[in-house]
Design a protein around this ligand. Structure first.
Ligand SMILES: *Cc1c(COP(=O)(O)O)cnc(C)c1O
Length: 383
């Protein structure tokens, strides 16, 4: 019987690590750059930590197990993971990318990948006909669901039918839900991306990224890239993410519970024009989420009545921090137009709905009453 995800956050099914490490319950940090060889042609299994390190390898096995992949690779950041993934493409290749995406991904595609000859078409994958944009040069479709920050939801299984028909890759950035709530590989995706900095790490204290796949050939290519370009996650940071994952299930449940309560509270506020949370039945992606994920997550976006109101809220929150990033135990509020999406051209921001009235929240695990009281105070200062 397969172990449940709560248990897989603690133990690997084929966990020999305790036996190999003096019964150590916490996986050791192998803080070493290199490994001694018994003789020429012999290896302990590890040669040099850029290639692989036992702590990173253990973490990769845990993440692969959570995402139901055959392989996971740990990178020094989410962006290092995505930049490394772009190395599997060549000049002349064409990618279809979701119109609403993490701003850093858009910056990478527009400024680095394009310079390297890869071409991109931005498509609203949750509502446009993706197939119509596929050409004979198209090699992949890259999406987030729900998207950052507008929370658009794409039906992964439906899109996978299209990518499989055309023999191209479906890449899903699963950062917003974490493997606790959604497993895109099971729905037909070929590669899953994570910013491990967010829910996997969960404590706003470590930068990390992952690529997970269930395809041998892709795994082999990515292994070659990580060892050659060298963006692998360091041993201590690998250990921090391993520790974060131990509480993934309880954190996700509690944060989601708070997010649902907060979404309902926000809906009642005079200064709030719109609450975008896929857990609300009014969200257009609500039914798709019920089908493809086990929860709605702890990210929500809302629109206030004016820019002045938005700025006043950001200035007056005290329990909630005005900061970039997401997925930690602390509640954060973000202003996408000047923070996470600052490098996305203004016309594209507006096309996606990122106005200066839009705020994004990553709901943490504080007591919900304190989060609401803090916002209540910030809202009253905004009037
Ligand atoms: C934060 C984030 C990234 C980038 O990850 P880093 O760890 O900050 O490099 C990529 N995708 C999404 C959806 C993110 O939220």
């Amino acid at each position: 019987m397969e172990l449940s995800i709560e248990t897989r956050c603690q133990h690997l099914a084929d966990d020999n690590s305790k036996k190999n490490h003096y019964g150590s319950i916490s996986f050791p940090i192998y803080q070493t750059a290199t490994f001694a060889h018994p003789a020429v042609g012999e290896s302990t299994g590890y040669d040099y930590s850029r290639l692989q390190n036992p702590t990173r390898e253990h973490l990769e096995k845990v993440v692969a197990s959570l995402e139901k992949g055959i392989d996971a690779l740990g990178f020094s950041s989410g962006m290092a993971a995505i930049a490394s993934l772009m190395e599997i493409f060549r000049p002349g290749d064409h990618l279809i990318v979701d119109a609403d995406l993490y701003g850093g991904s858009i910056r990478l595609f527009n400024n680095i990948s394009e310079k390297n000859g890869v071409e991109f078409t931005s498509v609203d994958c949750h509502k446009e006909d993706v197939e119509a944009f596929i050409t004979d040069k198209t090699k992949a479709v890259f999406i987030e669901t729900p998207t950052n920050p507008m929370m658009n939801v794409t039906d992964i299984a439906e899109l996978a039918k299209v990518t499989k028909k055309h023999n191209i890759l479906l890449i899903v950035d699963n950062t917003f839900l974490s493997p606790y709530f959604q497993n895109p590989l099971e729905l037909g995706a070929d590669v899953v991306v994570h910013s491990g900095t967010k829910f996997l790490g969960g404590h706003n204290d470590t930068i990390a990224g992952f690529l997970v796949t269930n395809d041998e050939a892709i795994s082999e290519k990515l292994r070659f890239i990580i060892k050659t370009t060298g963006a692998g996650l360091a041993p201590f940071d690998s250990w921090l993410i391993l520790r974060g994952i131990k509480t993934l299930a309880v954190r996700m449940e509690r944060a989601q519970e708070n997010a649902i309560k907060l979404a309902h509270w926000l809906e009642e506020q005079e200064l709030v024009k719109k609450v975008i949370y896929p857990g609300l039945p009014s969200h257009p992606g609500h039914e798709i989420m019920k089908k493809q994920s086990r929860g709605f997550g702890a990210m929500l976006t809302f629109e206030v009545t004016s820019k002045e109101v938005a700025l006043s809220i950001l200035k007056n929150v005290k329990v909630v921090s005005f900061a970039e990033s997401l997925g930690g135990t602390e509640t954060l509020i973000t202003y996408p137009t000047t923070q996470t999406h600052a490098d996305v051209p203004k016309d594209i921001q507006l096309k996606n709905g990122i106005t200066d009235c839009v705020l994004r929240m990553s709901v943490g695990i504080e007591h919900i009453d304190d989060i609401i009281a803090d916002l209540e105070n910030a809202f009253s200062n905004a009037k």
